[in-house]
Design a binder for this molecule. Structure first.
Ligand code: HEC
Length: 150
């Protein structure tokens, strides 16, 4: 029992201690000309869907939830955002070569069609980010048209 108590106390000290370690926030209000919506000017509904369902992880600007103030949750989110941006960053999409843009558009379509994206750990909390069948087919149609026009 004594050992358990010690472990408990240690755990609390660690949990309190890690709250003071700063994390880098993914926030940048500057809208680059390479920004996806700026570059391709999609209809309002498409912009809305991408912003609501993808931009928190795949852009330079995350709209953080309150619990991002709590460690180790903020590390978890930070890692997710970093990984997501390495794969696809809508803020810098216009910088990609045409070949890369086309292949990313294809992969965006696939991820949406297969319900891989947005991540289910995200839609569990952000209910409005979940894509309906109608949303998915509208996105698919517009993304395909864009891909063919490049
Ligand atoms: C909660 C964060 C989060 C959200 C929201 C999110 N993604 Fe992702 N996405 C990731 C992460 C993390 C990865 C990299 C790891 C992986 O593939 O699972 C990724 C990878 C991807 C990839 C590359 C996958 C590959 O293997 O080629 C595409 C494309 C993608 N996401 C598209 C989207 C689209 C489109 C949306 C919105 C409909 C979206 N994501 C929403 C976190 C997210």
């Amino acid at each position: 029992m004594k050992l358990l108590k010690r472990i408990g106390v240690l755990l609390i000290i660690v949990l309190v201690g890690i709250q003071f370690i700063p994390t880098t926030r993914n926030e940048n209000n500057e809208v680059l000309t390479t920004e996806f919506i700026k570059a391709f000017n999609p209809p309002k509904n498409i912009s809305y869907l991408l912003k609501t369902s993808c931009y928190d992880c795949h852009s330079n600007n995350t709209n953080y939830p309150w619990y991002n103030k709590i460690q180790p949750i903020s590390w978890f989110l930070e890692r997710h955002i970093k990984e997501a941006k390495e794969e696809l960053n809508f803020s810098e999409f216009g910088e990609y070569s045409i070949r890369k843009q086309k292949s990313k558009l294809k992969s965006i379509s696939n991820q949406i069609k297969d319900d891989e994206m947005p991540l289910s750990s995200y839609t569990l909390i952000h209910r409005d980010a979940k894509l309906s069948e109608k949303d998915k087919s509208e996105l698919e149609k517009w993304l395909t048209e864009l891909r063919d026009s490049l």
